[in-house]
Design a protein. Structure first.
Ligand SMILES: [Zn+2]
Ligand SMILES: [Zn+2]
Length: 386
């Protein structure tokens, strides 16, 4: 059985999936047409299809009827609120929405792997579930899918997923043991002062100016409190205060995100942030409302599973093309599957010189990468269940 040839024979169909899905991008938790298409494709295969999980989640369940390993292969379905600027003949037909994070590719590869593995199922033992989850871009569809039982019955032993990755060169595959991506959170802060005339600051409590102090001070958590050898990020991504030049505003609103690979630091964020916020507000006679929403856990790959993925990637693209990528401060809700099974999230290189990053209105990639992803998925399944 020549897997490479089989994948090659299926490539035009996989590219077809990608292009169809690219035309109909849908935002988190509204992936209705996407889910219909995915369920339709899976319905043509010899597996059980479950739909409507945690919103529009879809699972294709392949049961070989023989005892063996239980593998989960994961794709994400949602797109971003970005107006596409690619000029591709299959560009988005949904105004202001675009598959700018490659989730169209992720779905196409899992659909391709599902078809080939169904054809090969006579030689496999155990189960494979092909997971299509909503809302990776936030607030996260993985956890609601897991809470709906997609990792149970039988319990998943191994999980795998991948992301197209412009940070490493086209044609390479990035596999990394241990931590790959950061824990990510969101915080919201409103500072409440007392407004008044711009010429009379002594009669006011200037929420805007206090907000500026807070933004500056929050930056000192990463630069002055953390060990420089332990990466952390505190970003204030929005700040709104005031309406006109001669009025001191009574409120300032901001929100932002924190990132770390370290679970202890992750737990400490709300305390660290609030200590600074309350200290400044108290000194300046302002009140505040602060909420901290814990996000996805860090993405941590299992050494055993990473080893299998690395081996399968080497067979697929050659020894030299498999590299160890730097970890990223980005977050991914693949983390939840990895917390509950031996799992590995790997990177498919799509980087080229001056190529756009993901989340960019011009993001695109060489579709050859789809064959690489499908082949690696098939090899992993054959390795664990063959
Ligand atoms: Zn993204
Ligand atoms: Zn993504």
């Amino acid at each position: 059985m020549d897997i490479k040839k089989t994948v090659h024979n299926n490539l035009s169909e996989v590219i077809g999936h990608r292009r169809f899905l690219h035309r109909i991008p849908e935002l988190a938790f509204s992936e209705e047409k996407t889910a219909d298409y995915v369920a339709d494709c899976l319905g043509k295969l010899s597996l059980e299809v479950r739909t409507g999980i945690a919103g529009h989640g879809v699972v294709g369940f392949l049961d070989t009827g023989r005892p063996g390993a239980n593998l989960l292969i994961r794709a994400d379905m949602d797109a971003l609120p970005i107006a596409e600027k690619t000029d591709l003949p299959f560009a988005s037909t949904h105004k202001g929405v675009m598959h700018a994070c490659g989730h169209d590719a992720h779905m196409a590869m899992v659909l391709g792997a599902a078809k080939i593995l169904c054809d090969l199922s006579d030689g496999l033992s155990g189960t494979i579930r092909f997971i299509f989850q909503p809302a990776e871009e936030g607030p996260g569809g993985a956890l609601p899918m897991i809470e709906a039982g997609v990792m149970d019955d039988p319990k998943v032993d191994y999980s795998v997923g991948c992301h197209v990755w412009p940070d490493i060169p086209e044609g390479t595959v990035g596999v990394r043991d241990g931590v790959l991506m950061a824990a990510m959170d969101q915080f919201d802060l409103t500072i409440i002062g007392r407004g008044g005339h711009g010429a009379m600051p002594h009669q006011c409590v200037d929420a805007l100016e206090i907000g500026c102090q807070v933004v500056g001070a929050l930056q000192r958590i990463a630069s002055r409190q953390m060990n420089p050898l332990t990466p952390t990020v505190v970003t204030v991504g929005s700040f709104h205060a005031g309406t006109v030049f001669n009025v001191i505003p009574d409120t300032a609103r901001m929100n932002g995100t924190t990132r770390t690979f370290d679970r202890e630091i992750w737990d400490s964020w709300p305390r660290r942030l609030e200590k600074i916020i309350s200290g400044i507000c108290s000194a300046m006679n302002a009140r505040y409302e602060f909420t901290f929403e814990k996000g996805f856990p860090p993405v941590i790959n299992d050494a055993f599973m990473s080893d299998i993925v690395r081996r399968c990637a080497r067979t697929t693209v050659g020894e030299k093309q498999v590299i160890e990528p730097d970890p990223s401060m980005g977050g991914e809700d693949m983390a939840y599957y990895l917390e509950r099974s031996k799992g590995c999230f790997f990177c498919l290189g799509t980087g080229r010189e001056d190529g756009p990053s993901i989340h960019n209105a011009r993001f695109d990639f060489n579709e050859d990468v789809l064959a690489t992803g499908v082949e690696i998925y098939c090899r992993i399944a054959l390795d664990l269940l063959g």
